[in-house]
Design a protein. Structure first.
Length: 179
């Protein structure tokens, strides 16, 4: 019998990835807005044809997802968190076009809506690790993830300490913990 606890095993190390995502998204919006202002809002395409930067956002989010599906290392997670944030920033920057009937990129409340979305994402990112105690199973899975990473990269002293801490919080009768 699979439960939501089985589906959603939390990554104890995920705070930095969520932070990378949010910072990259915010910086992406700022840089896009500055670039567009400095270059007088150029359009890629011609005539009725326009390639919106939302499409580039979708592309970066796709690349981030493909990395997460394809690679197991923490470095891949790190890069995907940044690329996903850049993509989300480029995507959400076009919000004004999608909340107005005339596709108005310059719709004044857009920046406030984007700000609210970022604040909500920040609050959710702070809530995820705290909505319930981390279980012995989650500590075990996270310890195994750290050990797995040691097969990819060198297992430094700090990682070893964290893995041992996690294992100490697991059920000592569990055969995986014992080995």
């Amino acid at each position: 019998q699979m439960t939501t606890k089985d589906l959603f095993v939390r990554n104890i190390e995920a705070d930095s990835y969520r932070e990378n995502f949010l910072v990259s998204a915010v910086v992406s919006v700022f840089l896009i807005r500055i670039f567009l202002e400095v270059t007088n809002y150029p359009q890629l395409g011609g005539g009725d044809f326009h390639i919106a930067h939302m499409l580039w956002g979708g592309f970066f989010m796709l690349v981030a997802l493909m990395m997460l599906f394809s690679f197991l290392s923490q470095k891949a997670l790190f890069i995907a968190s940044i690329l996903g944030g850049i993509g989300f920033g480029a995507f959400i920057d076009e919000l004004g076009k999608f909340v107005t009937s005339d596709n108005d990129y310059f719709f004044q409340p857009t920046i406030a809506l984007i700000y609210i979305i970022f604040v909500i994402l920040f609050l959710i990112s702070r809530f995820i690790p705290r909505y319930r105690e981390i279980s012995q199973r989650e500590y075990l899975v996270n310890a195994i993830e750290m050990i797995k990473e040691s097969a990819i990269n060198d297992f430094d002293v700090e990682e070893e300490k964290r893995a041992v801490e996690y294992l100490k919080k697991c059920d000592p009768a569990n055969p995986i913990v014992q080995s």
